[in-house]
Design a protein around this ligand. Structure first.
Ligand code: PEP
Ligand code: MN
Length: 280
């Protein structure tokens, strides 16, 4: 197999920064939060306002949902994208959302600031090629069964298409452990940073599948050296249309943001010896 080239960290140590609103992945510690799915406009806007006050850097929310069963909530589709755009308009926060189908990439770009490629689509090469052509940042989640090399090759597809704005997201892998939904592989964070110049963030929500574990694993993700976190937050997790066991209660989220920020600011000095000159 021909080796990936474009994703590889070069000897000069230059790292890629990826713009997201006023912030940059790789330069600023980025906290993205929001419900698993966009459920309604009134509800999403209410959540978005609270998250803005809590001090997050960006919003998430699925409009197109990749559900295991075809009978489960599939998302609001384009309507959901419009709700995300309204939330961005009101809060000034950038939004990231998953696109499942090459035919929806254009709409995704019209309404969102960043396109998410989900775990189930990490090796959907048609979709990777399509987002390689756009000029919006892409959040590439790790396939739940993917090795580091496979993941980096998927990122290579996007870079090879001409889109250099890629952020990786560790979201847990399948192991023999059944007590948690997935096993959050935090080894991968420093391993990714050794091999590639692309930023990496951690998703402790899908990585654990349990809201009671999200706080610990958010902080562990920061300590592992992640460039940011993506956390599912819901005002009433038990009523959520999807992933209700893992969504973090909105009313408990502001103190967690504060703790994450405190730890992230300490990490700057702990990891300072690894800091190399960055390219923008
Ligand atoms: C999500 O972020 O809502 C999602 C479906 O994630 P993953 O692709 O990691 O399962
Ligand atoms: Mn989810």
């Amino acid at each position: 197999m021909r080796q990936a080239e474009l994703v590889v960290l070069k000897k000069n140590g230059q790292r890629t920064h990826v713009s997201f609103g006023q912030k940059r992945f790789g330069r600023d510690f980025i906290i993205i939060a929001g419900p698993c799915s966009v459920e309604s406009e009134a509800q999403y806007l209410k959540i978005a306002r609270k998250l803005k006050t809590a001090g997050v850097d960006g919003l998430r929310g699925g409009a197109f949902k990749p559900r295991t069963s075809p009978y489960e909530f599939q998302g609001l589709g384009i309507e959901g994208l419009k709700i995300l755009a309204a939330a961005r308009e009101e809060t000034g926060l950038p939004v990231v959302t998953e696109i499942l189908d090459t035919r929806d990439v254009e709409s995704g770009c019209r309404y969102a600031d960043m396109i998410q490629i989900g775990s189930r689509n990490m090796q959907n090469y048609a979709l990777l090629k399509e987002v390689g052509k756009i000029r919006k940042p892409v959040l590439l989640k790790r396939g739940m069964q993917a090795t580091l090399v496979e993941w980096l090759n998927s990122a290579e597809y996007i870079l090879a298409g001409g889109n250099t704005q890629v952020v990786l997201c560790e979201r847990g892998i399948r192991t023999f452990e059944s007590a948690t939904r997935f096993s959050l592989d935090l080894n991968i964070v420093p391993a990714v940073k050794e091999l590639t110049h692309l930023p990496i963030i951690v998703d402790p929500s899908h990585g654990t599948g349990k809201s009671s574990l999200v706080k610990s694993m958010s902080l562990a993700g920061v300590a592992a050296g992640a460039h940011g976190l993506m956390i599912e937050v819901h005002p009433r997790p038990e009523k959520a249309f999807s992933d209700n066991e893992q969504q973090f209660p909105l009313d408990q989220f502001p103190p967690l943001v504060k703790k994450i920020r405190r730890l992230a600011s300490l990490m700057d000095s702990f990891l300072a010896d690894q800091t190399v000159s960055n390219r923008n």
